[in-house]
Ligand binder design. Structure first.
Ligand code: UD1
Length: 420
């Protein structure tokens, strides 16, 4: 197993190119099940989660070819309609195959994702919505078994705005008979990217970017080519690296309007931000000001940036409160950040942080994707050499993070480790 060795305290300087968005790719790839043929998915990041989705779809008969960031997909020979436990347990987003399989093929067998490091993450909204569209669903020994002759449009009102349930319902409704209305839909950019893809395949969808989506089912869709949006969480993570390490970095190939909430908070923390087209330059503040954050659905501050914000606040001059309203238990980074000297008091979903003048190196362990990112950030700013174990979590969602950070002057290397 690999670990990172990070010698903290280096100022960052230079440009970092942002990859395509993991969470968009994980929705666009299963959407190819909706019509037979050849697709090109541009700006697809090369990540462990994307490769897990490739393996899952390959097990159904889909074939892939990668040329740099273009993923060519061929869905002519889909002959299996199952997402087995071995894939779903690795990646919850595997549930995205449920909607397209049931609407296109009238059957789907998808393993339930089970528990998660962030506490319970149910899929009840996905199941209820697909049922509303007329599918018969039973849960049998850990599997969702769905059947339908032809889905029928329906009105679906979500209690909670859910990215995954909105994506799945959209992919089911586009081929249903009649019209579907989704109320309280998620408006995350990854969903907008999916809607753009579906529309370019011939789907009829109104309300793009809003919480009310109206879909008029069509008989058939056709393959398409689409560009994956830039990864707004990678962008936010790199900007926080810039803020924590002094110096000045520019992130390129990003979509600044997708990270407005993060940019506003970074400005409040004292960073200077300059936007130019698809680039954002951050000049680190001399003194990091404490800034409270409450995670919200888009366009609010993303839960996927909560851990990284706690790292930044660990170096602020004063006290801040970080509240996660989306995932109450998503704080496994807190005890690890404390090893680096961060002063954090966690009560339920509220982290109260008292900034320290400096963090110091330690051995720490990655526990999930964004928690790992938070540790890397803290280690980049900490005095001494930090060892970060179990970095396979990080490889799920950050493409070549160490190379990108090194190109901006960070001292970070990946080495094999017996200890993990
Ligand atoms: C997606 C993202 C994840 C991000 C999250 C919230 C992907 C692959 N992952 O996850 O990185 O942190 O959005 O922005 O895109 N919920 C239910 N029942 C359901 C579904 C969700 O109660 O059936 C709850 C969840 O527990 C959570 C909230 O709804 O509290 C939002 O979750 P959701 O938007 O569905 O997250 P994901 O799509 O799983």
């Amino acid at each position: 197993m690999d670990k990172f060795l990070i010698r903290g305290g280096k100022k960052l300087k230079g440009e970092i190119k942002i990859s395509g968005a993991k969470n968009a790719s994980l929705a666009l790839m299963p959407a190819t099940l909706l019509a037979s043929g050849k697709y090109e998915l541009y700006n697809t990041p090369n990540l462990k989660d994307v490769n897990t989705m490739i393996k899952l779809l390959s097990s159904m008969g889909v074939t892939f070819e990668r040329n740099n960031t273009t993923l060519s997909v061929n869905t002519f020979r889909v002959n299996k309609f199952e997402a087995p436990y071995e894939h779903v347990k690795k990646m919850r987003a595997s549930i995205y195959v449920l909607g397209p399989l049931i609407s296109r093929y009238g059957k789907a067998k998808v393993s339930l994702p089970g528990g998660c490091a962030w506490g319970p993450r149910p899929v009840n909204l996905h199941i209820e919505a697909i049922k509303k569209l007329g599918a018969k669903i039973e849960i049998d020994r850990g599997y969702i078994i769905a059947k339908a002759k032809k889905l029928k449009g329906a009105k679906i009102v979500f209690d909670i705005q859910s990215v995954g349930a909105t994506g799945n319902t959209l992919m089911a409704a586009v081929l249903a008979k009649g019209s579907t209305k989704i109320e309280n839909a998620a408006t995350e950019p990854e969903i907008t990217n999916l809607i753009e893809m579906l529309i370019s395949m011939g789907a009829k969808i109104n309300g793009i970017g809003t919480t009310i989506l109206e879909i008029e089912g069509v008989e058939e869709l056709h393959p398409t080519s689409i560009k994956t949006i830039p990864d707004r969480i990678e962008a936010g993570t790199m900007l926080i690296a810039g803020a924590m390490c002094g110096g000045k970095i520019t992130i390129t190939n990003c979509e600044p309007k997708h990270i407005t909430s993060v940019l506003l908070k970074l400005k409040e923390a004292g960073a200077k931000i300059k936007i130019s087209g698809s680039s954002v330059t951050i000049s680190a503040p001399k003194i990091i000001k404490p800034v409270d954050v409450t995670t919200e659905v888009y366009p609010g501050f993303p839960t996927d940036m909560q851990a990284q914000w706690i790292s930044l606040m660990s170096l602020a001059k004063g006290n801040s409160k970080i509240i996660d309203t989306i995932y109450y238990d998503r704080f496994s980074h807190v005890p690890e950040l404390q090893r680096l000297g961060a002063n954090i008091n966690l009560i339920e979903n509220i982290a109260s942080v008292t900034g320290s003048k400096k963090l110091t190196s330690a051995k720490v362990m990655s526990t999930d994707l964004r928690a790992s990112a938070a540790l890397i950030l803290a280690a980049l700013a900490a005095k001494g050499v930090t060892e970060v174990f179990r970095i396979y979590h990080l490889d799920r969602g950050y493409e070549e993070i160490e190379k990108k950070l090194r190109s901006a002057g960070a001292d970070i290397s990946r080495v094999a480790s017996e200890e993990y």
